[in-house]
Write a protein that binds this ligand. Sequence first.
Ligand SMILES: *[C@@H]1O[C@H](CO)[C@@H](O)[C@H](O)[C@H]1NC(C)=O
Length: 450
Amino acid sequence: MKSPLLNKFHAAQIEGKGNPMMQLKLLLLMLVVCATADYVRPPPRKTLSFPWSKKPSALPQQVHISLAGDKHMRISWVTSDKHSPSVVEYGTSPKNYCFSSRGESTTYSYLLYSSGKIHHTVIGPLEDDTLYFYRCGGKGPEFQLKTPPSQFPITFALAGDLGQTGWTKSTLDHINQCKYDIHMLPGDLSYADYIQHRWDTFGELVQPLASARPWMVTQGNHEKERIPFLEDSFKSYNSRWKMPYEESASSSNLYYSFEVAGVHTIMLGSYTDFDENSDQYTWLKADLSKVDRERTPWLLVLFHVPWYNSNEAHQGEGDDMKAAVEPLLHAAGVDLVFAGHVHAYERSNRVYNGKSDPCGAVHITIGDGGNREGLAHKYIDPQPEWSVFREASFGHGELRIVNSSHAYWSWHRNDDDEPVRSDQVWITSLSGSGCLPEKGQELRNIVMEP
Ligand SMILES: *[C@@H]1O[C@H](CO)[C@@H](O)[C@H](O)[C@H]1NC(C)=O
């Protein structure tokens, strides 16, 4: 906390130069602040207001990208013009597009709202760890993206429950300053909450980041937007944020997996059936049985509602899914589980079945992206034995997987407007441990017939 406060003090000193009374007051204020609290928690910030209007043109808007199978990337964008083609031109030098791909498009209506034309175009095969320049729909500005590396190290940025407030902006600015390959978001994107044009403003807000690095997302309660008899669940989310579910043999955009470098990541749906007879469960078993820990020593899982949460907010909401799915994840030796939903940060020990367990997963709640509902301040006392670090502040996380055995996790709180690293830990993969069956065959048996 020292540097931001001192910086402010210096700035104030410069402004207040020649005014000793002002300086004395500021010094007293700083002393009081420093003496009374380690960290002064900031209040929620207002929802950003955008001068949003439907632009009557073929201008590509709300550009975001996502991984779409080995060496491929899906480019998604919106145009008001329904005749604009779903074409992406791309290449490795500016304004020189050697390649082009044609994709698909969709539209949806929701109550009185009609969406623009939502384009999804897969490009590739692409080189690893390479900068590409691209243009959507044959018009408009050029964008740049970097493909992820095919080998370690690889860095993931994580922040859930984003919304579109001043804090969201601050979180995104901090993520933008970090060197990362992929953004992962464990649910609650726009906080549109039935007001559909807020999906459009969210798309514009995240475009600078989401057009440059893949955004791999899963859905939270704010994506549901179901109105009984009128509107189905996840209509807008599924139309706009198409993820590689077909590429990972899933029948639903609400759960899928992807592999990058030596990491297998599974995205699950907290609001989709997960019991033993469900499609999601069946798909998860099949997906886990295909994981080869020699090829992908790291196994990560994301979903929205945390299973290990000692905040009073949303207490117990993840229990049913935990009861149904945790044994599978444990049998497969999942390394890390990321969730959102609770607007705070928490990190656990390796844990299984409610207790610290060296063969369990590390659970991290990272629902502190900055939405308009504010932070969840109240914690259960005493802190459960499995809970290592918990704090109600906005921020983001970075997972740098350095090699097949070691990863460095850090959590960066938005300390006013500076990103301050507040929690960090080295995590070792279970793949080299005695927790896993030695042969893939055995794992397959355990997972398929638990
Ligand atoms: C992996 O990285 C860790 C941390 O930098 C290092 O101590 C370890 O020796 C590395 N392992 C291999 C196999 O390179």
